[in-house]
Ligand binder design. Sequence first.
Ligand code: CP3
Length: 314
Amino acid sequence: MRQAGRYLPEFRKIRAENLDFMKLCLNENLSSEITVQPLRRFEIDAAIIFSDILLVPYALGQNVKFKKDYGPMLGNLNTKQIFKTEEKEFIAKLNPVYGAIKKTKEKKELKNKDLIGFVGAPWTILIYMLNKKSPKNEDINPNLKDEKIIDELLKIIIKFLKIHIENQIKNGATIIQIFDSWAGLLDVKNYEKYIYEPTKELVDFTKSKNIPAICFPKGINDYKKYVNIVKPDVISIDYNVDPKKISEDIDIVVQGGLNPNFLLGSKQELEINVKKYLDIFKNKHYIFNLGHGVLPNTNPNMVDYLVKLVKNYS
Ligand code: CP3
């Protein structure tokens, strides 16, 4: 997750020359280059395509900008226009992403390695489209009052997320990760309609293409129930989740968990905490990863140290 992040000087250099983040995501050559940068430095096993979950609202006709020290900023929601979006125009807008995936998969750095494509889960995309910026707790549930429009919007979002997944797979993505970053903001009574059902539809779709689906439902209240209903191939956990409980409750592959903050401390403290995850999941199927993105002020040498710790674990 966020391998490229902002902690690599080679990424920062490209970023400084490309102040418009959306344009950078839509630059085939540069996105592909950024995707492989971590693979040149570290002995990691997979790459995640450099893109963003908010390219989908953009391709549906909503304006999307990234503002420094603010985050994403979306334009007004014109539902009439969004409901009219045609598959052809959506794909044409995201064509550079598919081109970047294709180019990346063919690079020598990706030999024998997976390339992870991704989407935001329907709920998280819906929230960004309605809220027009990253939400805070209090922004959320009241927005669901205009239910009819929201139901229609959700349907359109699901339809186009499938199209986005399909085209990433067609161009070389070998895994799909579904990020539900704002799952934790929803009332449990609304899970079925906004989280379980829509996400399951994307997972089923991905699996039908013989591609594994990894789900990251950040802040969900009950992982066991989520896994039983949504049935992803892999469940990705953040650092607030108790790994011990997950290892006892869940039988599918688990990914992630380590707090990225540990990369900012001492090697000794990092080692203790990495070992904690590896020990807990020793007799389980576990993909080591962080519980959220690498922080911008991380020293790349610490990432290297971490990868070596994991690779040398026995
Ligand atoms: O490692 C990678 O670069 C992989 C590509 C990737 C990005 N975003 C690039 C990015 C992935 C997988 C994402 C997912 C994403 N984007 C999520 C889900 C995961 C999560 O973090 O919970 C979400 C919620 C977004 C939306 C988004 N994009 C936000 C809220 C922000 C701004 C906040 C921030 O961290 O500055 C982004 C910007 C973004 N997307 C950056 C990168 C590398 C930082 C851009 C920069 O300023 O250089």
